[in-house]
Design a protein around this ligand. Structure first.
Ligand code: ADQ
Length: 744
């Protein structure tokens, strides 16, 4: 619309100025013409009366004079006539202008001297009038008196106003016609071809190849443009086909899962159907940093982001997530999308906007005060509020609609992340039964007795069972889910195939232990100097260094970790001054009271324990409570002699695997809670029950005392496991499973 205005407005303004100018001149000419006509008429009338007036004035014939001036009553537009004697006294006057005699007649004195007629425009009552005075002379040219004729000029004003009206109507009709014609022309030559081109692109994007043809009937410059675009599209399709075929060949040769192998798999299995990933947390957030006064780009502290990011980097596709950064809106295009990572674009991020109320009910309320504690069973009571549940459903619907907008014409693949979107699978399937949908559940799944607490259990299970595949980290979580479906919802569980059948949809339940990108294991020069910097800054020379990296969450066992370190130092005084534990902690979900209180509790506990053990410059715990980028965290992992993961319950825990990945020199020990999913794979970690502070403190001592060779052997074994079962293996297994379920 703005563009059309920009185009037509200048034309309309120019036409208006030209026509208004012409109109003004025409009115001026008409005014002059009417005035001339009036003057001529007045003069002729005055002269025609002159002779009669002469007789009247000589004979003082009042009767004839009256008859003469009254004859003006009948004339068109003439107001009247006055006959004056030579002293300027009114001899006779037309009755209808009787009051004219009260008006001062200074002009008569003038005429007496010049003996020439005089005219003027004047006012009489509410009328504009024209007066013409003619001296009446005897045969010796002496003044006998005067004749004055008076005309009403208001008809001129009426005539001119009508003329203006006609000009304005003509102008309006002209402007409307020009606007309509311009709109029609520009629609014909610009809007329609662009619309056809846009439709063409939409079909191309969605893979609706059969609908592409009819648009190529365009001629001229647009025709050429479309033909060029068609060439590019064709080459792109050919290139994709070639890539798909060669990817299939390479795939068969490669053994270890790498970014390249995953890309080959996606190309071979998904072909033109790109992958759609949905998560609550976005991989990149634009946030306004008040300390430096500008926007910064951060990667949120989230296991889901850590896991999904390398996959989308490897295979492209679209990532749909909540735009939670306070500056996010400044960086998206008209479709709320942007390419990420911004400096090396690999995939498209589509941001979904939520209101504060939606974020409160869906994210903080139902997801994190309801489902999160329900599934973790760490003795924090879940809260289920009806209002939160209603908002959760609305937000799932909002995501579903946004995803449906993006899907290609045929067989799309959708990969949903986590407990925020239990209803999404069913919502999408209702509209697109041809879609193949997987849901990965990143947190534990409790047993049926625990899940039965949830008032909305039926709708949640029904929503989840709209998916074709549901993945958990561990077989035990799969078993719990199958039991739950069997006990709490009308369905048939197939224990041979590990699937649930409900409403004629079969959902396969499989374990896929998540992992990290092992490729990042080499230590760079930059990291070496960063490590030295940290060592000097934190005074770590000759110290035994431990590391913990966690979101501040009650499931991560941070309190238990600090208590265990305290007990360890109580029992092993020889480690005083020699032992430093660095805890990196990212504040998370701080709007929830439980999290807010936990932060204060940890601050307080760290302060107390440091005060208790400190001596001179040394304190045992360095607590760094802020968000770190992955590049910032890595030097701490490399530096640390041991890492503690103390989760009270955890789906997997990626920190354990990140630590192992960073230890390319094998010098490090992992102390790992047996309640983290990672404990199933990482049998060479020193495993602990974090609820038992005694056992936990002894495990720290045990880990530190392990012979160097034993430590290296354990780390070597764990590295082998993580290297083989890396994030590409995880994604590859899910995509292989997903594509084998593909709808035709
Ligand atoms: P999370 O509960 O978020 O993930 P986790 O697997 O440990 O837990 O991943 C946390 C991620 O955040 C790690 O990549 C870590 O490096 C990063 N992180 C931690 N502290 C940080 C800080 N201060 N600054 C920046 N980054 C920080 C959920 C489940 C887990 C599951 C993952 C993946 O709860 O059980 O392993 O999803 O499925």
């Amino acid at each position: 619309m703005k563009r059309i205005l920009l185009f037509t407005l200048p034309i309309l303004i120019i036409i208006t100025i030209i026509i208004a100018g012409f109109g003004f001149l025409q009115v001026r000419f008409e005014e002059e013409r009417l005035m001339d006509e009036l003057k001529r008429k007045a003069r002729a009338v005055a002269e025609s009366v002159e002779l009669s007036a002469k007789h009247i004035l000589i004979n003082k014939d009042h009767k004839s004079a009256l008859k003469l001036v009254e004859s003006f009553q009948k004339r068109e537009r003439a107001q009247g006539c006055v006959i004056y004697d030579k002293d300027g006294q009114i001899f006779v006057i037309t009755e209808k202008i009787f009051e004219w005699k009260n008006i001062n007649k200074t002009d008569l004195a003038n005429i007496l001297l010049t003996k020439k007629p005089k005219d003027k425009l004047d006012k009489y009552k509410e009328y504009s009038i024209y007066s013409y005075i003619l001296p009446v002379l005897d045969d010796e040219s002496n003044i006998l008196g005067f004749v004055e004729v008076i005309y009403d000029t208001s008809y001129m004003f009426v005539t001119l106003t009508q003329l203006w009206k006609r000009i304005t109507i003509t102008l309006t009709i002209l402007l409307i016609s020009i606007t309509v014609i311009t709109l029609l022309i520009q629609r014909q030559i610009f809007v329609l071809p662009v619309r056809r081109l846009t439709d063409w692109f939409k079909h191309f994007q969605k893979g609706e190849i059969d609908k592409l043809r009819p648009s190529i009937l365009e001629e001229g410059e647009f025709g050429k443009l479309i033909s060029e675009v068609e060439q590019v599209a064709l080459s792109l399709r050919v290139a994709r086909k070639v890539v798909t075929d060669s990817a299939k060949i390479r795939l068969e040769k490669e053994e270890l899962w790498t970014e390249k192998k995953l890309r080959d798999l996606v190309q071979a299995r998904l072909g033109e159907n790109a992958l759609f990933v949905v998560s609550n947390r976005e991989p990149f957030m634009h946030v306004f940093d008040e300390t430096i006064g500008k926007d910064v780009l951060i990667r949120p502290a989230s296991g889901v982001v850590t896991a999904i990011d390398p996959i989308l980097r490897a295979c492209g596709g679209t990532w749909i997530a909540h735009g939670a950064g306070n500056s996010d809106k400044n960086y998206v295009n008209s479709k709320n999308k942007l390419g990420v990572p911004p400096d090396d674009i690999r995939c498209i991020l589509k941001r979904i906007w939520l209101t504060k109320e939606e974020e409160d009910g869906y994210y903080y309320g139902f997801s994190n005060e309801g489902l999160w504690p329900l599934c973790h069973v760490t003795h924090t009571r879940p809260s289920f509020r009806e209002n939160d549940w209603n908002i959760y459903k609305e937000v799932n619907r909002k995501f579903a609609e946004n995803i449906l907008d993006e899907l290609p014409a045929k067989n799309p693949f959708i990969f949903i992340q986590d407990y925020h979107f239990t209803l999404l699978g069913k919502m999408i399937k209702e509209k697109r039964p041809d879609a193949t949908i997987a849901l990965f559940w990143h947190i534990p799944w409790p047993n049926p007795e625990v899940f039965a607490i949830c008032p909305y259990q039926q709708e949640i299970l029904d929503g989840m069972l709209g998916c074709d595949l549901i993945g958990f980290h561990l077989q035990s979580h799969c078993n719990n889910f199958l039991d739950t479906a069997n006990r709490l919802i009308e369905s048939r569980v197939d224990t041979e195939k590990f699937s649930v059948i409900r409403n004629n949809i079969e959902t396969f339940i499989r374990p896929f232990p998540i992992s990290v990108d092992f490729r990042n294991s080499d230590v760079t020069k930059n990291e070496i100097s960063k490590i030295e910097e940290i060592r000097n800054e934190l005074n770590l020379k000759d110290k035994i260094i431990g590391i913990g990296v966690d979101r501040i969450d009650y499931t991560k066992g941070l309190i238990e970790k600090i208590l265990a370190i305290d007990k360890f130092l109580d029992k092993n005084l020889q480690y005083k001054n020699k032992f430093v534990f660095i805890q990196i902690a990212a504040p998370s979900r701080t709007h929830i009271k439980r999290y807010h209180d936990l932060m204060a509790e940890i601050d307080d506990l760290v302060e107390k324990k440091n005060w208790k053990h400190s001596n001179g410059n040394w304190k045992p715990i360095i607590y760094m409570k802020r968000h770190f980028s992955p590049e910032e965290i890595k030097p701490y992992y490399i530096l640390a002699d041991f890492c503690i993961v103390s989760s009270l319950h955890d789906g997997m825990n990626l920190v354990a695997k990140e630590y192992i990945t960073s230890k390319s020199d094998l010098n490090g020990t992992l102390i790992l809670s047996r309640f983290a999913g990672a404990a199933r794979e990482l049998m060479d970690a020193v495993q602990v029950n974090p609820y038992s502070i005694e056992e936990f403190s002894e495990a720290i001592k045990y880990a530190l005392d392990l012979p160097v060779e034993e430590k290296r052997k354990r780390m070597g074994n764990m590295r082998k496991i993580v290297k083989e079962n890396n994030i590409y293996h995880w994604a590859g297994s899910i995509i292989t499973e997903l594509t084998s379920l593909r709808k035709t």
